[in-house]
Design a protein around this ligand. Structure first.
Ligand code: FES
Length: 147
């Protein structure tokens, strides 16, 4: 394949990559090394490039996650509204820290960037649900909504 054709193929692959990663994340729950290698080969991209995209976005994960994924915002507005206190409450409730999954697979707990609820900082998401104006007292009640 000529360099021009290879570049055109890689450009097309880059356009499809995010969609394919999103589809795989929803289907498989995470993006495995095998999947990343397979996508790279089929799209004409390097494994490093696909891995870089898969690990750049916080809504993708390269490791299996729990049934419910908590993403607490650590960006500046939430930081200034003491999101660290909420992180501490989650650690206490779940017995795990950021980047970990409970032994029963019920929750994974991630730190992330802005989720678009800055006006209600500190904020977090559980799966696709957004919770704002968090206090330590609300955490237990929120977690109780998820099996
Ligand atoms: S900074 Fe936390 S939701 Fe935007």
């Amino acid at each position: 394949m000529s360099k021009v054709k290879a570049k055109a193929a890689a450009d097309r692959g880059r356009q499809e990559l995010l969609w394919l990663l999103k589809e795989a994340q929803q289907r498989d729950g995470c993006l495995s090394d095998e999947l990343i290698a397979r996508l790279a080969a089929s799209l004409g991209l390097s494994i490093g490039e696909v891995y870089g995209v898969a690990t750049f976005y916080s809504f993708f994960s390269t490791r299996p996650l729990g049934r419910n994924v908590i993403r607490i915002c650590k960006s500046l507005p939430c930081f200034l509204k003491d999101c660290q206190v909420i992180v501490g409450s989650l650690k206490g409730e779940l017995g795990i820290g950021p980047g970990e999954t409970t032994a029963d697979g019920r929750f994974s707990f991630e730190l992330g960037n802005c989720i678009g609820a800055c006006d209600r900082a500190p904020a977090m998401m559980v799966n696709h649900d957004v919770y704002g104006d968090l206090t330590s007292g609300k955490i237990s009640q929120i977690l109780g909504r998820y099996d």
